[in-house]
Design a protein around this ligand. Structure first.
Ligand code: GDP
Length: 460
């Protein structure tokens, strides 16, 4: 698809930096560049420059030199957008970079909208939709694994994974259609076993993708984490251990952490967005009561709960209530103060196991505990077994398409089992295929593409 306009934008963040890059893309990219950039070697002509080459020179605004500049040239279709592209690198100051953008605009380029370069890459077939989405994920990745995941999707891992499933479903759908439409042609009837087997296989692959989404999201964005427990069990000490510095005030007086302190700590490459909360206990003190209300609220909203107990003491009523509240959640029980002698009747692992996926006995004062906790967090959130390079669903949009496809395969199986015939199965298969084509963008409409590009920044 050819675009008439030539666009330009600052591709680096605004502000002061070593370099700023202004990107120009479109049919007039070279002539715009020729009007704002003059090579130091007068024998060189910008408009004749081959792709994958560079020139040193100066950039100009209204005839006045702006800065020393390096121009990188890309010839269509071998560029990010698939069009002629010139990237001008100047020093990263606001005046120079804004001046260079201004010069390009005055030379005939249009200001690029957010994501317009990537949108052109998509329209020109340089990228698929899942790959375009991965561009933003790479830019926004908080951790290394999140970035690795996005890179794999950008390399096409997710598109290939979905392609494997659509390939099988297309073969199946073709076979069914042939059998239904040309009964006289000797098309072998599908064995029920084979049909069900193929449906089940595709469904299982989709289900794996769906199951991995949550863990993938954790690696990309981190997880909202609540540290909860009665006063004095060691919540602030645990927070300090995780953050590596004295943040919360640790005191032996019960009830000093009254409010919700929020900060992010990184544990095993997972960002824990922490909410330290007031102690959970029944109290007449109104402020404390408000803190407790909020900590239960946080517990309900959190993607990960670290429930702290004093493992050296017998449990209080509130401990058991807290454990109950954690049932069925991604929650880890921490039996703290392992270093202290156990008082008779001390809270034990076996009492907590029914309510928690992981029970750890440790001391929040011991720096080694962070590693133990990190491993438990990985197990509970399912990131331990996740291969970031496998091609993982990376947006709600993709997830919802995968869910639609899975449900359509369930409907196909039900249609077959209830004797509705191959026609009905075929219709459901087509629904599944359409959902998967939406996912990869093969038949995504303008609205879907607009939604994807809404999140993009200018210059990408
Ligand atoms: P919070 O009210 O739950 O935030 O509890 P704090 O973190 O303020 O801890 C209460 C008291 O327990 C402080 O005196 C801590 O030093 C102490 N404490 C916390 N963790 C441990 C531990 O693992 N072992 C021992 N012996 N004391 C601890």
């Amino acid at each position: 698809m050819a675009f008439d306009s030539t666009i330009c934008a600052l591709a680096t963040p605004p502000g002061v930096g070593g370099l700023a890059v202004v990107r120009i893309s479109g049919p007039e990219a070279y002539s715009v560049a020729a009007r704002v950039f003059r090579p130091a070697n007068a024998a060189k002509k910008v408009e004749e420059q081959k792709g994958y080459t560079a020139l040193f020179g100066h950039s100009f605004l209204r005839g006045k030199a702006l800065d020393e500049t390096v121009a990188l040239f890309f010839r269509a279709p071998r560029s990010y957008t698939g069009e002629d592209v010139v990237e001008l690198s100047c020093h990263g100051g606001r005046a120079v970079s804004q001046g260079l953008v201004q010069a390009c605009l005055e030379a005939g380029a249009q200001p690029a909208a957010g994501g317009e370069f990537t949108r052109r890459a998509l329209m020109n077939g340089r990228l698929g939709l899942t790959q375009a989405e991965a561009v933003m994920d790479i830019i926004g990745a908080e951790g290394r694994q999140g970035a690795a995941m996005a890179l794999a999707v950008l390399d096409g891992a997710l598109a290939r994974r979905i392609g494997g499933i659509t390939g099988e479903l297309t073969a199946l759908s073709g076979h069914l259609a042939a059998w239904v439409d040309f009964p006289e042609e000797d098309v072998p009837e599908l064995e029920a076993q084979n049909l069900l087997g193929s449906l089940e296989k595709a469904r299982a692959q989709l289900q794996t993708l769906i199951d991995e989404y949550g863990a993938g999201a954790v690696l990309r964005q981190g997880v909202t984490t609540a540290i909860v427990g009665r006063p004095n069990v060691g919540k602030s000490t645990l927070l300090n251990l995780l953050s590596g510095f004295e943040r919360a005030i640790v005191t032996p007086v019960a009830g000093t952490t009254r409010d919700v302190v929020e900060q992010t700590v990184v544990l095993n490459d997972i960002s824990l967005n922490l909410c330290d909360t007031a102690g959970i206990r029944t109290t007449e003190d109104l402020v404390e009561a408000e803190g407790i209300r909020r900590s239960y609220q946080k517990l309900n909203q959190a993607g990960l709960v670290l429930a702290v107990f004093d493992g050296s003491q017998p449990p209080a009523k509130e401990d058991l209530e807290l454990a109950e509240a954690c049932r069925g959640r991604a929650a880890i029980a921490i039996l703290n103060k392992e270093d202290l002698p156990l008082v008779p009747g001390a809270l034990g692992e076996e009492q907590l196991r029914p309510c928690f996926r992981e029970v750890l006995r440790l001391s929040a004062r011991d720096p080694q505990s962070a590693a133990l906790l990190g491993q438990a967090v990985e197990r509970v959130l399912g990131t331990a077994g996740l291969d970031p390079e496998a091609g993982i669903l990376s947006s709600r949009r993709q997830l919802s398409a995968a869910l639609t496809a899975r449900d359509a395969l369930d409907a196909a199986r039900e249609a077959f089992e209830n004797g509705f015939g191959y026609d009905a199965v075929s219709v459901c298969l087509d629904d599944a295929l359409n959902a998967l084509y939406d996912l990869t963008g093969q038949n995504a409409g303008e609205a879907v593409i607009d939604e994807v590009f809404e999140k993009f920044c200018v210059g990408k």
